[in-house]
Write a protein that binds this ligand. Structure first.
Ligand code: AQP
Length: 352
C-alpha cells in the first residue's frame, strides 16, 4: 500500500531543523487532533528530526477550565501522546506552564505584535462569534503571541499543524520578521508550517462544514481518543451523510462535505490518498462504507485507547515524564530568552 507523499522539510542554512508543536489540554483529544497533529508528530520523531512537543495548558486557560479537570486532561493528553508513539526519551514532551520562558517571551511578543494583527485572526472571530467579544479574556485575544513564543523559544524551524492553525503560524512569521527587523538582528527563524496528509482538517460528524473540535457541545460530533470500540462504531454509523453512493472520482466529493470528510478520515487512517479510497469504494452506499470505516477506526484507535488507560493508572509517572521533559525544554529555551532580553536592552545582573 502506498503512503500519501510527504514533502521533505525545507532546510535553512542559518537555523538547524527543529520541530515544535503543541495541543491544548482543553478537553479530551479528538480524532482531529490525532490525524491533524499527533500522528504526524510521531512520524516526524521517527524520521529522526529533533522534536519538541508541548501540552499548552496556558493556552487552555484562555477560556475557563475547571482546575481539577485541567490537571486530569493534561495527564490524559500526555498519556495520549505516549500511547500514540511519542517516546519521551527521543522527543521532548512537557506541559507549557513548567517552562516559564514561554510566558516571558510572550510578553515581549505582545509588545511586538499589533492589535490589528490579532483582531484579524479567524480563531478569535470564531470563538467570539455571537458572543460579547468585550467579555472574552485578554488571553484569548493575545493567544497567537503566546503561540509564537512557544515556537520561537526553541528557534523551531517547522511546525506540524492542522489547516486551522495556518493563520496563527503566519502571524508567528510576522512576529519573527518584525522582531528581527526592529532590532536589526537575524535572531529568530521564519517558521514553516507543515500541513500535509489526507486529514489536515477533520470535520464534525454532525456537520461537514464545521471543524471536529474537543469543545463542541455535542459529543456525537467527534471521536474522542478515550471512546471505546462500541462508541466509535456507533458514532461513525450515525454520522451525517447525504443519500448518494460514493462517486467514482474524488472530484465527485465536491459539494458533499460529509462524504468528503468520511473519505478523508478513511484515507488518513489507512495511510492512503482519498483517490485510492474512492477507487476501492466507487459506487458504494454508506451502508457499506460506514461499517468499513468503523472497523478501520476501531483497529487503529483501540490500541491507543488501551495504552492510554494503562498509563493513566500511574499519574505520578506521567508527572515525572512531564517534569523531566520540562527540564530539557528549559535548558533549550532559557538561553534563547536571555539573549532576547539582551537584544531588547534589559539589564540582567541578578546573581544566578
Ligand atoms: N479537526 C481537526 N482536524 C485537523 N487538525 C486538527 N487539530 C485540531 N482539530 C483538528 C490540530 O490539533 C492541534 C492541536 O489543536 P488544539 O487542541 O491546540 O487547538 P484547536 O485547533 O483549537 O483544537 P480544538 O479541538 O478545536 O480545541 P478547542 O475546542 O479547545 O478549541 C493543532 O495542530 C490543530 O491544527
Amino acid at each position: 500500500m502506498s503512503e500519501p507523499v510527504q514533502t521533505p522539510l525545507t532546510k535553512s542554512a542559518a537555523f538547524p531543523t527543529r520541530i515544535f508543536s503543541g495541543i491544548q489540554p482543553s478537553g479530551g483529544l479528538t480524532l482531529g487532533n490525532y490525524l491533524g497533529a499527533l500522528k504526524r508528530f510521531v512520524e516526524k520523531q521517527d524520521e529522526g528530526i529533533e522534536t519538541v512537543y508541548c501540552l499548552v495548558d496556558m493556552h487552555a486557560i484562555t477560556v475557563w477550565q475547571d482546575p481539577v479537570k485541567l490537571r486530569h486532561q493534561t495527564r490524559e493528553a500526555a498519556a495520549g501522546f505516549i500511547a500514540a508513539g511519542i517516546d519521551p526519551t527521543r522527543s521532548i514532551l512537557f506541559n507549557q506552564s513548567q517552562v516559564t520562558a514561554h510566558a516571558e517571551l510572550a510578553w515581549i511578543f505582545n509588545c511586538i505584535a499589533r492589535m490589528g494583527w490579532m483582531g484579524r485572526m479567524t480563531q478569535w472571530k470564531d470563538k467570539t462569534a455571537g458572543k460579547d467579544a468585550e467579555a472574552a479574556s485578554l488571553g484569548l485575544f493575545a493567544y497567537p503571541a503566546l503561540m509564537a513564543a512557544d515556537i520561537l523559544a526553541y528557534k523551531a524551524t517547522h511546525v506540524p499543524v492542522g489547516e486551522d492553525q495556518k493563520q496563527h503560524l503566519e502571524l508567528c512569521r510576522d512576529i519573527a520578521i518584525k522582531f528581527n527587523h526592529d532590532y536589526k538582528v537575524n535572531f529568530f527563524p521564519v517558521v514553516e508550517p507543515v500541513i500535509e496528509g489526507a486529514a489536515t482538517r477533520v470535520m464534525s460528524l454532525r456537520d461537514g462544514t464545521a471543524k471536529m473540535s474537543k469543545s463542541d457541545p455535542s459529543d456525537q460530533s467527534r471521536i474522542n481518543l478515550t471512546d471505546d470500540a462500541d462508541t466509535i462504531s456507533k458514532k461513525i454509523r450515525k454520522a451525517k451523510t447525504d443519500m448518494d453512493p460514493l462517486p467514482d472520482h474524488v472530484e465527485g466529493l465536491k459539494d458533499r462535505p460529509e462524504a468528503k470528510n468520511l473519505v478523508n478520515i478513511y484515507a488518513a487512517l489507512a495511510g492512503h490518498t482519498p483517490a485510492q479510497v474512492i477507487a476501492d469504494y466507487a459506487g458504494a452506499q454508506f451502508g457499506t462504507f460506514k461499517p468499513a470505516l468503523a472497523d478501520l477506526a476501531v483497529a487503529k484507535l483501540e490500541p491507543i485507547t488501551t495504552e492510554m488507560n494503562r498509563l493513566m493508572k500511574d499519574p505520578a509517572e506521567i508527572d515525572r515524564i512531564l517534569g523531566a521533559g520540562a527540564a530539557r525544554a528549559d535548558a533549550l529555551a532559557r538561553p534563547v530568552l536571555e539573549q532576547v532580553y539582551d537584544i531588547v536592552g534589559m539589564i540582567r545582573s541578578r546573581p544566578m
